[in-house]
Design a protein around this ligand. Sequence first.
Ligand code: HEM
Length: 450
Amino acid sequence: MNVSPSASAVLPPALPAGLPWVGLGLEYRKDPLGFFLRCANQGPVLRTRLVGTPIYVFNTSDAIEHVLVKNFRNYPKDLFQERALTAVVGNSLITSQGDFWLRQRRMMQPAFHKTLVATHGDVAVKAARTWLAPRREGDRCDAYTEMMALTLDVVAATLFGANLSAQAREVGQAMETVMLHAKFLFENPITLPSWVPTPGQRRFQAAMRTLHAVVDAVVARRRAQGGPGDDLLGLMLEAQAEDGAHMTDAQLRDECMTLMIAGHETTAATLALCLLSLARHPEAEGALRRELATVLGGREPTVADLPALPYCEQVVKETLRLYPPAWGMSRIAAEEDRVEGFRVPAGTVVAWSQWALHRNPLHFPEPEAFRPERWADGLERRIPRFAYCPFGGGPRLCIGAASAMVVTRLALATLLQRFRFESPPGPLPEFIAAITLRPKGGIPMTLRAV
Ligand code: HEM
């Protein structure tokens, strides 16, 4: 017999109503990270309304596992998130749904096979060395911008076989404009149509033209060279040749944009925040330096060294815990469902925040403390699956997760062997919760030779 989920389930507790229609939208807009943190203390599942949309906030691993894994088909990506992301990357791997998504995912997966990801490590070491070459004792830099340039090199080389060093600044500035506009779209469900030439839309469109020109030039160069190759661009060109009807030039451009954006900004933020966290925690930095000295003795790291560098991995995991670049996620219930005993009506947006989940004192005592050691002895296996999920999970797990972990660890090991990254005293940066987490005002650091 088919039992309707609503038969015995009740609605979860509601947050205070807030303003008519807008609900808690203003509170959320002012401080999205704080909003989710406050929700975390109020129950496993909460019900609210943000600007006309009914939303459930999930605070438990089981609820998230239900959405991302167990009843994955009932929870496509939601329109709120789609609208902001789609404006930037069109209908691509990160935004698409159903059979179209599955076909793109299957086509791209081989480019992230572990033998190829191992080569991403060599590229990361080379990019870090290139970055280090002109640097001197006492140089100052914004680690966030600098790591963006470094990881753009890595993404361009590993996925597109291209060199974009000369365009790094231009791409970085365009990315900032695009991400802030996407945040604006995300937070303002009612905006003027995109053809109205407001200053903001003109800036956004100019930035998009810059990014499209960069991607188009990469594709044109590869086509001119002939021979697809086994990197991601090669796979996509091959798929297009076999199946042109599905993979149009516009589609190809959207996929390249997705990979370029999803791949380099997130990894850059992780690297820069690793450097900052180490600068603020000399005991952790000391432990990492001892590990690097023992295992590498001053030579360049390779992928083969990674198993012997567990503390380096713990530093990256702890950084991703405290500062998850993908700070929140959401889906929409296609049909009515039941989660944690509560009724989820069709059309409900379900949302959660890694920023809040990763600060649950039940799994991470003294959650605000940067303590890489907490990851020793397999913490990740002892806590519930989605208590820690910087890369999401289920069938839509980040396709670049393994690559990001290899690239971050090897770039970090290479940079630290040459310099100590000093951070001026004062409070940690504030974060802008755009589509990804961005440190407001960058991360100023001074290089000290070691
Ligand atoms: C520290 C670095 C990174 C973090 C924290 C991160 C985080 C995430 C998260 C949380 C998702 C799931 C989003 C959702 O399901 O709504 C995701 C998806 C995705 N990521 Fe990453 N990512 C990182 C690096 C990368 C890299 C290096 C690439 C590519 C080179 C990449 C490409 C993608 C793509 C294409 C998707 C969509 C996958 C799909 O829906 O099938 N990411 N990422």
